[in-house]
Design a protein around this ligand. Structure first.
Ligand code: SF4
Length: 291
């Protein structure tokens, strides 16, 4: 039953358009998501992306006031505990019945949203209104735009309270990066952008290793990821944690698969042996399994 709850990552909850509740493994509890890219446009094209772009989006832009009203309502449900009586969450184990975070994530790259800073400020106000000062605000990013001053200005709003920034770094070498990002972009620039952001904000690295045609990225790529992480730290970047995970939801292409738990542990070991940052492993699940 626990797996079924954890696999329920639907962006739909009742009639909400931009906010959605999920019980998430990485959050070890309830995460309230905000989809600031409802148009599903992204500046990466990761082959493991679980956003279904074959289905037209319901909304092509964020209605700011509606989004704030929706997250306000969800935070009220979470603060009162009423959310656990909802059919979708009624079977949630006791230890996961806690609100961990409000996460800017969604169907694209959150830092492309022009009103991100304003939105973070509003969520912070709601955090105080609902007496949830310990609940983190998390921003997920593929890190491409972290050198842009307006993006860093927006993210600096996070410092008003507990926060995390999860920056994607799925590759250590240029060739593999181009495949896994789905774009001809410079890995060196992305690494530099993470280092720049990590001078101002504490960053959590998210590294997703899938299998591609049945093969995982291998020890050499894992070792190269560790090298890039060491570069970020050598430039003065503050890194909190490395989250190594694998696919757990249906990806965009059938070439992508899930790394088995023991093998993921091995690859995590390669990274952990070279870096001075804690490494946490999040196992995948087969998206077609019903258990
Ligand atoms: S960065 Fe995220 S949303 Fe964009 S394509 Fe990759 S996985 Fe999908």
């Amino acid at each position: 039953m626990k797996t079924a709850i954890l696999s329920e990552h639907s962006r739909q909850f009742e009639q909400l358009r931009f906010a959605y509740p999920v019980v998430s493994r990485r959050s070890r509890g309830l995460s309230l998501g905000l989809n600031v890219n409802p148009d599903k446009v992204c500046n990466f094209d990761c082959p493991y992306c679980q956003v279904d772009r074959t289905v037209a989006p319901r909304d092509t832009s964020v209605d700011f006031d509606v989004m704030v009203a929706e997250i306000d309502a969800l935070m009220a449900l979470a603060a009162s505990g009423e959310i656990w009586t909802h059919g979708k969450f009624a079977d949630t184990p006791e230890k996961l019945r806690r609100l961990n975070d409000i996460a800017f994530a969604g169907d694209g790259e959150p830092t492309t949203y022009a009103r991100l800073g304003e939105a973070i400020r509003e969520v912070h106000k709601l955090r105080l209104k609902h007496k949830l000062p310990e609940v983190k605000i998390i921003v997920l990013t593929n890190a491409l735009l972290l050198r842009k001053p307006d993006v860093m200005d927006a993210l600096s709003e996070l410092k008003a309270g507990p926060y995390e920034v999860w920056a994607k770094l799925d590759a250590g070498t240029q060739d593999y990066f181009e495949y896994i990002a789905g774009r001809k972009l410079s890995l060196a620039k992305v690494v530099d952008s993470i280092a720049h952001a990590a001078e101002q904000l504490e960053i959590t690295i998210q590294c997703l290793f899938p299998t591609i045609d049945g093969k995982d990225p291998g020890e050499a790529e894992a070792s190269a990821v560790a090298d890039r992480i060491n570069e970020i730290q050598a430039k003065g970047g503050k890194l909190r944690l490395i989250q190594l995970y694998t696919t757990a939801r249906r990806p965009a292409t059938d070439r992508i698969g899930m790394i088995e738990d023991a093998r993921l542990d091995e690859l995590a070991g390669v990274i952990a042996a070279k870096v001075d940052v804690p490494v946490e492993v999040y196992y995948g699940r087969h998206w077609d399994s019903s258990d």
